[in-house]
Design a protein around this ligand. Structure first.
Ligand code: HEM
Length: 407
């Protein structure tokens, strides 16, 4: 297959406001015209078909963060402190390192621990709604979607829940690194400051466990042991940070994007109201339809053929889950929101060994928040025409979502 370098297919177009508002026509062109596309602007292959995305997530290398030494050799030593944290995060590791860290973490992030958070998530959701109910109007992002995952994360870690605003600020700053491939040197100082503050905050918390243990994930991770193996303090801090960022920005966007999709499809919203038992499948469909995490990156492990293209070892590859989730070769009528969709194995949580570690928690949060908003806010509707998407290309979400209801 010929290599098409057509500028019109570059993922950089996600920076155009009309593409950011609706990236799906661009994804459709990419899937049909050049499904494994060399993007010279990103210097990476961009993969948009479901079957190819699965293959990338299954067999390509996740070990893609340049080491601090490599960055120094490239004259980018100022990024060293960020890389030092990222190379210890499970998201950027291959086996056997990935298997080891994930196994230790899975040992403490158990289904029982996650399920035990249900009651508290309901209480937090109710109290956030109580505080705005009388106003008859709110910005969902500010009132619920931002604070809820931050409070849940703080409490799950065993940190004071009043710290949630600080955690949210750091996580938003760090997400600039995770979600964006448009390098913006102007943002580096903020990301560096966030990494510095988070490392100090969680480093203190880990060290305190020896003398003042607290109930929660930090303590559990710091003392996790499998066959005599334990995580070092630096590994605990790095993986607490990835859990915190991975768990907040995405869940925030599940709530915001999910509610927006429902408001844009009143007949589906009505269907859900009439049949609340649809909620589990509705959450899956909302994740497929407006995926909070639109793409991720890998490196080719060897020279390899994909979709008719010859990819060279260590070439960068971007797997676009947002495009795979709308692939008509996999999903019937993929641009239709169908809350009762069956056969819905989307890739919004990734696939294979890096499949989202927090998916059970994200599903519970999405379920409780959407169910509670629909139940407690009668006739919920858009209170403003404006829909503003965050200019983060990877983590798709809204800056604000104003809604009103009948009091
Ligand atoms: C709607 C919410 C969420 C979405 C859409 C989401 C999406 C994803 C995706 C796509 C990946 C795989 C990335 C890749 O393969 O490169 C991932 C991994 C991960 N997620 Fe989530 N996530 C969500 C919520 C959460 C929550 C609540 C937590 C933690 C409490 C979490 C923690 C993680 C971690 C630690 C990984 C890395 C797993 C590994 O590398 O083995 N995520 N997530």
């Amino acid at each position: 297959m010929a290599i098409s370098t057509s500028a019109s297919l570059s993922l950089y177009h996600l920076l155009d406001p009309e593409v950011l508002a609706d990236p799906y026509p661009l994804y459709e062109r990419m899937r049909t015209e050049d499904p494994v596309h060399w993007d010279p602007y990103l210097h990476a292959w961009v993969v948009t078909r479901y079957a190819d995305v699965i293959k990338v997530l299954q067999v390509f290398s996740a070990d893609r963060t340049p080491s601090p030494e490599k960055l120094a050799a490239l004259g980018m030593e100022q990024l060293g402190p960020i890389a030092r944290v990222m190379v210890r995060q499970m998201l950027f590791m291959d086996p056997p390192d990935h298997t080891r860290v994930r196994r230790l973490a899975a040992n403490v992030f158990t289904p029982r621990r996650v399920d035990g958070l249900r009651v508290r998530i309901q209480e937090i959701t109710d109290s956030l709604i109580d505080s705005v109910f009388a106003a008859g109007e709110m910005d969902v992002m500010e009132a619920i979607a931002n604070p809820l995952p931050a409070i849940v994360t703080a409490e799950m870690f065993g940190m004071p829940s009043d710290d949630h605003r600080m955690l949210k600020g750091w996580s938003q700053d760090f997400a600039e690194m995770l979600g964006n491939f448009q390098h913006n040197p102007g943002r580096t100082p903020r990301v560096l400051a966030a990494v510095d503050s988070m490392s100090a905050y969680f480093g203190d918390a880990v060290r305190r466990q020896a003398t003042h243990p607290t109930e929660g994930l930090i303590n559990a991770l710091a003392s996790a042991e499998v066959e005599g193996d334990r995580l070092s303090d630096e590994e605990v801090v790095a993986n607490i940070i990835v859990t915190m960022v991975g768990g907040q920005e995405t869940t925030t966007n599940l709530i915001g994007n999910g509610l927006l999709s429902l408001l844009r499809h009143p007949e589906e919203l009505q269907r859900l109201r009439e049949n609340p038992a649809l909620m589990p499948s509705a959450v899956e469909e909302l994740l497929r339809y407006e995926s909070p995490s639109q793409h991720t990156a890998r490196l080719a492990p060897t020279d390899v053929e994909l979709g008719g293209q010859e990819i060279r070892q260590r070439d960068a590859v971007i797997a676009v889950m947002g495009a795979a989730n709308r692939d008509p070769a996999r999903f019937l009528d993929p641009d239709r929101l169908d809350l009762a969709r069956t056969d819905n194995r989307h890739v919004a949580f990734g696939w294979a060994s890096h499949f989202c570690f927090g998916a059970p928690l994200a599903r519970i949060e999405g379920h409780i928040v959407l169910e509670t908003m629909l139940r407690r806010l009668p006739e919920i509707h858009h209170a403003s025409e404006a829909i503003n998407w965050r200019p983060n290309l990877g983590l798709r979400g809204l800056t604000a979502l104003r809604v009103g209801w009948r009091r």
